[in-house]
Design a protein around this ligand. Structure first.
Ligand SMILES: NC(=O)c1ccc[n+]([C@@H]2O[C@H](COP(=O)([O-])OP(=O)(O)OC[C@H]3O[C@@H](n4cnc5c(N)ncnc54)[C@H](OP(=O)(O)O)[C@@H]3O)[C@@H](O)[C@H]2O)c1
Length: 266
C-alpha cells in the first residue's frame, strides 16, 4: 500500500532533498507540502522535479486537509510542536526531523501519541554514522562514568544544543548521569564555561562559520580517554536514507520513540 506523506519544510535544505527522494521511491507519495514562501504553488515547479505534483500550503493545518498516513516535520523549532500535535489530531503518524524540541515538548507529544494510539519517531540525526555514535556511546557509558559532549554547527544554526546532542544526552541519561569530580556549584571562576547540564551530561555548543554539523563525545578515565566523533559534509544526502526508513517504520509501533536505532536491528 502506498504511504501518503505530508512534508512540512519540503522546500528547505533537508526537505527538498527528501522530497526528491520520495518522488523516486516506490510505495511513497507526497500528497501535500508546507512552506510559507511557496504556498499556492506546486512542489515540483518549485523544486524542478516534475514527478512532485502535490500542492504547497502555508500551514500544516491546511496541508493536513489531505488524507495523510505520515506527517514529516522538517521546519523550525518554533512551529514544530504545534505541527506535530495537529498531525496526531488528524490521525497521522509522525516523523520528527526538526531539532530544538525540548524533553518537555517530547513528553507532551508522547502522551498525545499514546492517547491517539499512533507512532511518533523523533530522530535528532538520520545519518548512519550518528546512529552508530549513539550506540557506541551507550556502550562506553556503561564502563566509563565521566564524559562531555561537544556539539558543532554553523554560525547560522538558531537552536542550541543540536538535536543530535540533545538526543545523545537523553539516551545516556537512561544509563547514568556523567559524574563531575568538581561539582558545578563549586567551580571557581565562570561556571558557564563548563557548558550546560542537560539530562545528566555536560554539553558545549560551538556555532562558527566553517562548520556544518559535527558531534563529539569524550569519555575520560585516569590516564586514558576515548573520543567518538561524527562529521557530516554540506549535502543533505546523509539524512535522506534514514528519513525514508523512518517513514516506512513509523507505523510499526505506538507512542514516542527517539532515535533511528529504535526501529533498526542493531
Ligand atoms: N534530523 C536530522 O537528521 C536533520 C537533518 C537536517 C536538518 N535537520 C533539522 O531540520 C530543520 C530544517 O532544517 P533545514 O536546514 O532544512 O532548514 P531550512 O533550509 O531553513 O528549511 C526550513 C523549511 O521549513 C519551512 N518553514 C520554516 N518555518 C516555517 C513556518 N513557520 N511555517 C511553515 N514552514 C516553515 C521553510 O519554508 P518557508 O521559509 O518558505 O516557510 C523551509 O521549507 C532544522 O531544525 C534542522 O536542524 C535535522
Amino acid at each position: 500500500m502506498t504511504i501518503r506523506i505530508c512534508l512540512a519544510g519540503a522546500t528547505g535544505w533537508a526537505g527538498s532533498a527528501l522530497s526528491r527522494a520520495i518522488a523516486k521511491s516506490e510505495g511513497l507519495t507526497l500528497v501535500s507540502a508546507v512552506s510559507r514562501t511557496h504556498a499556492g504553488h506546486v512542489l515540483g515547479d518549485v523544486l524542478g522535479e516534475p514527478l512532485l505534483k502535490c500542492p504547497i500550503y502555508a500551514t500544516a493545518r491546511e496541508a493536513l486537509s489531505h488524507q495523510t498516513d505520515v506527517f514529516f516535520e522538517f521546519t523550525k523549532p518554533d512551529v514544530a510542536k504545534s505541527n506535530v500535535l495537529a498531525a496526531l489530531q488528524q490521525g497521522a503518524r509522525v516523523v520528527i526531523g526538526t531539532s530544538g524540541l525540548t524533553d518537555a515538548d517530547y513528553s507532551e507529544i508522547a502522551s498525545v501519541a499514546e492517547q491517539r494510539q499512533l507512532g511518533v519517531l523523533a530522530v535528532g540525526n538520520f545519518a548512519l554514522t550518528v546512529v552508530l555514535l549513539q550506540k557506541f556511546s551507550e556502550i562506553a557509558a556503561r564502563y566509563i562514568p565521566q564524559w562531555e559532549i561537544i556539539d558543532y554547527a554553523s554560525d547560522s544554526k538558531v537552536d542550541a544544543p543540536s538535536g543530535t546532542a540533545r538526543e545523545l544526552a537523553y539516551r545516556l541519561s537512561a544509563i547514568r548521569p556523567s559524574e563531575l569530580t568538581v561539582p558545578l556549584e563549586q567551580t571557581q571562576g565562570v561556571v558557564e564555561t563548563r557548558g550546560a547540564r542537560l539530562t545528566g551530561s555536560q554539553v558545549h555548543s560551538i556555532r562558527l562559520p566553517g562548520y556544518t554539523i559535527s558531534a563529539e563525545i569524550i569519555f575520560g578515565m585516569p590516564d586514558q580517554k576515548l573520543t567518538i566523533r561524527h562529521d557530516s559534509g554540506t549535502s543533505a544526502q546523509p539524512y535522506v536514507d534514514g528519513a525514508l526508513l523512518a517513514i516506512r517504520k513509523v507505523n510499526t509501533f505506538v507512542g514516542l520513540r527517539r532515535g533511528l536505532d529504535t526501529v533498526l536491528d542493531l
